[in-house]
Design a protein around this ligand. Sequence first.
Ligand code: CMP
Length: 138
Amino acid sequence: MSTLTFTMLKPDAVSNGYAGKIINDITEAGFKIVALKYTKLSPEMAGRFYAVHKERGFYNDLVSYMSSGPIYVAVLQKDNAVADFRTLIGATDPKKAEAGTIRAKYAKSIEANAVHGSDSDENANIEANFFFTQFERF
Ligand code: CMP
């Protein structure tokens, strides 16, 4: 069944010039881009987006990193989108990501790990709604 997931191409991926290559990998893997935006998070927005990690030791660094430069945000559609996208991007820590995955190819560190991918259908919906209205999806 066709389902949705949400992704961000993070500041490291954008500043290193990998955004085009990553978008190509995503579409080659069969994902349809139904919404796409180039934007920059304020610290307040980054904090709200990652509020589930508030108690984690890396939260403050993550918020300042995610608001340090422009990002791309996108909603993607495919059968089994959430799980298939997580397979495509690989483990959170690029050192543990399987060869050929987006994080293995393009990420710098566990924090600057090139891309975000939703971890459930419920969070995909919440995250897509954080950035896009229904009228911005095609
Ligand atoms: P993401 O999948 O977007 O979800 C939470 C983010 O926190 C993660 O990717 C990393 O960018 C960042 N992060 C930094 N340190 C850690 C850590 N030790 N474990 C998990 N995520 C981390």
